[in-house]
Structures are given as structure tokens and as C-alpha cells.
Design a binder for this molecule. Structure first.
Ligand SMILES: Nc1ncnc2c1ncn2[C@@H]1O[C@H](COP(=O)(O)OP(=O)(O)O)[C@@H](O)[C@H]1O
Ligand SMILES: [Mg+2]
Length: 257
């Protein structure tokens, strides 16, 4: 078995004349935690969307867990084992917490009164509570609809969703950008748990401290291109900023170390 969980080659996305993502060659090993950094508009979210099937790429290939993939949508990606927290939250406002967690993979049970299987709300509530407890996320009442929750609580639900289901790869696009200090800590603890469990992670983040605390490797995007692939132990914040701003170039991405 290959020790590579995700590989993109020449991954490119153009929106009309906007070259949002250009020729991204990227490799992620099993169990590795990698950060993606870069200025606003550098192409980070576009990269995530092409991998997870939210959009159809202009060209390039994505290999996930040994297979060439071209997901039709995020649910397809999730079914294959990729859990994603998108920058713009993909939660359903009018659903409560368990319904959001199990959206697209509802639990059912046998219905003794008729020929059909029915939704098993009790099991889903219990799994939700267990998932939230595992992540340390505190939600006063999981039966409340998402619409009534604060931005931080909503984000925590989205993150609990990724931590509740065993997956092969977790992608978080700026998960703590809108969170307070405590919520940010909770999310960082979830990420540490994922690391201990051997799950692979891509973390898009602007937070230098967080990145250096959590990941093994840092990828820098600039103007749609990957411009640096840095081992955390061989770089520092100043160095990373220099690549982000374009003051430094030349550590062209060369695949996995
Ligand atoms: N749906 C879209 N249509 C047109 N341009 C887009 C679209 N989505 C993103 N872009 C452009 O692509 C570039 C990269 O955006 P994005 O991936 O969101 O950057 P980042 O996540 O690094 O801030 C930006 O110039 C942005 O304006
Ligand atoms: Mg973005």
C-alpha cells in the first residue's frame, strides 16, 4: 500500500479569465498534517474546492487513497473518506445539530410496523452527544436549529462533524478565523486528537502560531501557485511571511520530502 493519501498533479482552475489555481502539484502522506498558507485570494479555497468536488476543475488530476477521483460533489468526497470544513459553512440552517451531523448519511433502523426502514433519531442523538463530548465542544441544546446559534457554535458543530466520523482525510479551511480564544483552543485540541489517531489533515490557516503548533509541513500559495513547501522544523514565521508576500521565491515545490 502506498503511504500517500492525496496527490494532485497540474491541478488548475480558471474562472473565465481569472487563474485562481495554476498547476498545483501537491502530495500528502498518510497521517501527515500540512498547513496551507497564503494571502487572501491566493487560491487556497479554490484548491480545496477542486479536491472535494464542489467545483469541476479546469484540468489536472487528483489521486485519493490510490484512486484517480473526480468527485461530483462534497457528499461524494465525504463518502470516499474526506471530511471538509469549508470556509463558508455548509450547514443547514433549519436543521438541528444531529440532523446536520448526519446529513447525507442518516442512520436508519428496521421498522417493525411496516416494510420500510425509518430514521433512528435516538441513535443519531446519542452519536452526536458522543461526538461533541469527544471534541470538547459545548452546545447547550443539540435539538436547537443551527439558525439560532452563534457563529462560533456553528463552526464547532461543523468541526465536531469532521471529528465524529472516522475519515481518511480531514480538510479545514480557516476553521478558527471567526472563533474566540476558547473555541479556537477546542478546535486545536480536535486537530491534535486527529493527529494522535493517525488521520491526515490539510489545515488552511492565517494563524502562524497555530500552524507552527500543529502541523508537520507548510505549503505556501501565492497568486494561484504553490511557491513553497517547507518542513516546519527548517523554517520560521519570518521565512513563511517572505514567501507569502513574494519577498522570497525559489523554494519551488518539489513534491513530498
Ligand atoms: N466563483 C468564482 N468566480 C470567479 N472568481 C473566483 C471565484 N472563486 C474565487 N475566485 C477568485 O479566485 C482567486 C482565489 O480565490 P480563493 O481561492 O478564494 O483565495 P483564498 O482562499 O486563498 O483567499 C481570487 O482572485 C478570487 O477572487
Ligand atoms: Mg479562502
Amino acid at each position: 500500500m502506498s503511504d500517500i493519501i492525496l496527490e494532485t498533479k497540474g491541478l488548475t482552475k480558471h474562472y473565465g479569465g481569472v487563474h485562481a489555481l495554476e498547476d498545483a502539484d501537491f502530495v500528502l502522506k498518510n497521517g501527515e498534517h500540512v498547513a496551507i498558507m497564503g494571502d487572501n485570494g491566493a487560491g487556497k479555497s479554490t484548491f480545496v474546492r477542486q479536491i472535494t468536488g464542489v467545483e469541476q476543475r479546469t484540468r489536472g488530476t487528483v489521486t485519493f487513497d490510490g484512486n484517480d477521483v473526480n468527485f461530483a460533489g462534497p457528499l461524494d468526497a465525504r463518502e470516499a473518506g474526506i471530511e471538509t470544513v469549508f470556509q463558508t459553512l455548509a450547514l443547514a440552517d433549519d436543521l438541528n445539530v444531529p440532523d446536520n451531523l448526519f446529513l447525507g448519511r442518516e442512520k436508519t433502523k428496521f421498522n417493525f410496523l411496516g416494510p420500510f426502514r425509518v430514521l433512528d433519531y435516538k441513535a443519531m442523538r446519542e452519536d452526536t452527544m458522543a461526538g461533541l463530548e469527544k471534541t470538547g465542544v459545548k452546545i447547550p441544546n443539540i435539538r436547537n436549529t443551527i439558525a439560532n446559534m452563534s457563529g462560533g457554535q456553528r463552526q464547532c458543530v461543523a468541526i465536531a462533524r469532521t471529528a465524529t466520523f472516522a475519515s481518511k482525510l480531514t480538510i479545514m479551511d480557516e476553521p478558527t478565523a471567526a472563533l474566540g480564544v476558547q473555541e479556537t483552543e477546542q478546535v486545536e485540541n480536535i486537530i491534535r486528537t486527529l493527529k494522535k489517531q493517525g488521520e491526515s489533515l490539510i489545515l488552511v490557516s492565517h494563524n502562524m502560531r497555530q500552524v507552527f503548533d500543529l502541523v508537520d509541513r507548510i505549503i505556501v500559495f501565492r497568486r494561484g501557485r504553490i511557491v513553497a513547501n517547507l518542513n516546519k522544523d527548517e523554517t520560521d514565521g519570518q521565512d513563511v511571511v517572505a514567501y507569502i508576500t513574494g519577498a522570497k521565491t525559489g523554494a519551488e515545490y518539489e513534491g513530498a520530502a
